[in-house]
Design a protein around this ligand. Sequence first.
Ligand code: AGP
Length: 367
Amino acid sequence: DLAEKGGYPDFMLKEIHEQPRVVRDTLAGRMAGGMLTIDELDLSHDELNLIDRIYVIACGTSYHAGLVAKQLIEGWARIPTEVEVASEFRYRNPIITPTTLVVAVSQSGETADTLAAIRDARVRGAKVFGITNVVGSPVARESDGVIYTKANKEIAVASTKSFLGQVVSLTLLAMLLAQSKGKLTTSQIKLLFKELADTAEQIETILSDTAAIDKAALACKDACSSLFIGRGLGAAICAEGALKLKEISYLHAESYPAGEMKHGPIALIDDGFPVVAVATQSPTYEKTISNLQESRARGALIVAIATEGDTEIEKHADYVIYIPKVRDCFSPITASVPLQLFARAIAVARGCDVDQPRNLAKSVTVE
Ligand code: AGP
């Protein structure tokens, strides 16, 4: 058992530590002569160029990778993109035309609702790309094209490395669409690709010293509830951070875009209530800081994920977890790692089985 876990106490920690490799493997062979290629998608430059609407459909953690994708696709390729949980998408009447692309994201490749949504979308005439971790899985077989996430087998029920593989794959897809639409130049693509590849090393840096994460986790472990707040890509990552915490530690966690605090969630805050904020350098950094101030003024215990070198944030947070500086578009890749470790540290401190949380199965093959 210990050998299978590679010397780690649980599969989740082992899988978190595999993430630098996942980044490298997912990017391998994708850049040739300044052109990004994803051959498996089997769609010509012209066909890609015609896409004018995208739906990303998925469940759970995979849905959160979709939240990141929406912002990158719209930001770079300027294609309107919606993200929907598959169990909702399949029961409504979405607007699909022959130039609609559906991107189905599923680690297992066998989630019942995601598969049903793929079938429905194809009947309605959409092209479907699958993003999955399992070669030959139903999602792979039933899609028009597939990107494999290269996470390799994930054993812990809570997804970590497969999420990272999804985010990296979707980032590549967003860049590819922008390239086809002529929205990013060759030199911009080259630079972005290099910085994307650099995240592997940045994750190694985060994994090499987790003392600040463990300290913050210990301070929060006895809470009954918590809030995760962020803006933009930070909000998307908060959704995943909150899911990770609740599914393995049973500590209630809810995520909110930070700007929504005043519209309700701030009422929850009293002395010692944990507020976890993704406050890395971004165009909305200052806004997030003022949300931290509002929360702190009401007694919140603030844990901030911040950019290395940002000493200013120490005035507004009780615990600061620093991560290396990256361009905002790549912050989901780096910022999700301390949130995974934070959730795991709390679960361990609460005596939970982090690999096999109660009531959950690794894949949900029934509705
Ligand atoms: C992740 O930690 C969860 N256990 C769960 O939300 C999962 O992401 C969801 O069931 C979707 O699974 P899939 O990616 O295999 O389709």
